[in-house]
Structures are given as C-alpha cells and as structure tokens.
Design a protein. Structure first.
Ligand SMILES: O=C(O)CCC(=O)C(=O)O
Ligand SMILES: [Fe+2]
Length: 203
C-alpha cells in the first residue's frame, strides 16, 4: 500500500452503527474544483426553494435545482419539482462520483448556500420516490462547512467537515436510522454548492 498517496481511509465508516458513511476527501485538484464551482454557479437553473413551516409557505434563501436522466417528479420538503436534463458539467461529475463510489445514480439535487447563515435542518433523505437504502453521493464545492449526523433513537452525533471538491457517500441503512444537517454558522461568508447524486425509482 502506498501510504503517501492519500491520508484518507476510504473504507472508514464514520457511523458507529446502523448505516455507512464514507468520506473520500477531495476527488479532484483544487484548480478543477474551482472551475466546476464557477461553472455550476453560472450554468445551473438555480431557484429559491419553498418550505412549509407551521403551515406557512416560506421561500428559503438557499437555492436549489434538480436534474436527472428523465423528467422525474421529485417531492422534497413538500414541494414537487420536475428534473431538468443533465448539463455537460453535471454529466462529467456524475461519472466521476459513480467511479469513485462504485454506485450508479439517475438524478441530482443541487443546493447553493450563499453564506454560512444558510444551512439545512435535520432531515433524512428517505422520500418514497428514492430507492430504498440506495447510495447518495454528495459532492461539495466552495466554502468548507461542518456536516452532522444524529441517530434517530440514541441521539448520538457524528460531525465531519466537507472540503472543496470532496465526496461523501451515505449508504446502506443510513437514511433509516440517522438524520443529517448542515448547521448554519456566522463565521463563514463565502458560498457553498452541494450536489447530491441519488437514485429515483422510475416506473
Ligand atoms: O449541503 C449538504 O451538504 C447536504 C444537503 C442535503 O442534505 C440534501 O440536499 O438533502
Ligand atoms: Fe439530505
């Protein structure tokens, strides 16, 4: 084994029980990650997300976009979106994430957090349209942010940092037993883009 090729153990499971989370660290050069970040910022059809909070329809500051192999309808935060056809950059990134994770995906949800004050609350990605126990490949660009898991029963927490150009893979029973969130923070002022590659059950 070449101990100098990588400091990161890809086989390490960050969850102690009830699921599998592997952090691959950056999977491209810093320069390539910069190019993808700029391209995604300018070519993705970013839209404000809507959420229902205490029965009220609220537009989030965070922006989202949804792409896929087919015009899948995907219900996310009680809001239905139709997937757009892949862009060149998204297809390249999908291929890279598929190679690195050894999984396949047919869709991608993108999130744009303009500053650290935008985040995502505790949730799991286990909507009925998503393949049960399917892998989710999460690519991050821009500001490095903290990402946390919380066990639904024991409330045990696990936290890691998601670097520019990095890949995190959540698989097995992770979504059944664990919540995850992107906590807001006042100390980060730069944007972050996250792509979660997923598998939608197609009819
Ligand atoms: O921004 C992230 O790292 C996670 C986003 C997320 O959990 C989601 O889109 O479901
Ligand atoms: Fe999620």
């Amino acid at each position: 084994m070449d101990l100098f090729s990588s400091q990161i153990d890809l086989t390490k499971n960050w969850l102690p029980v009830d699921g599998i989370v592997n952090y691959h660290g950056p999977i491209m050069t810093h320069e390539d990650a910069n190019v993808f970040y700029e391209k995604l910022l300018h070519t993705i059809a970013w839209e404000n997300d809507v959420a229902i909070i205490y029965g009220k329809r609220i537009e989030t500051k965070r922006k989202v976009a949804w792409y896929g192999d087919q015009p899948f309808e995907y219900t996310y935060s009680k809001n239905t979106k139709r997937a757009l056809p892949w862009t060149d950059e998204l297809l390249q990134l999908k291929q890279l994430v598929e190679q690195r994770s050894g999984e396949t995906y047919n869709s991608c949800l993108l999130n744009l957090y303009h500053t650290g004050e935008e985040g995502m609350a505790w949730h799991s990605d286990a909507e009925k349209d998503l393949k049960k126990n399917g892998a989710i490949g999460s690519l991050s660009f821009g500001a490095e942010r903290r990402f946390s898991f919380k066990h639904k029963k024991t409330k045990e927490k696990v936290t890691l940092f998601l670097e520019h150009g990095s890949l995190l893979v959540m698989k097995d029973t992770t979504q059944t037993h664990w919540l995850h969130r992107l906590p807001p923070t006042k100390v980060i002022h730069k944007p972050r883009i996250n792509l979660t590659f997923r598998t939608i059950n197609s009819l």
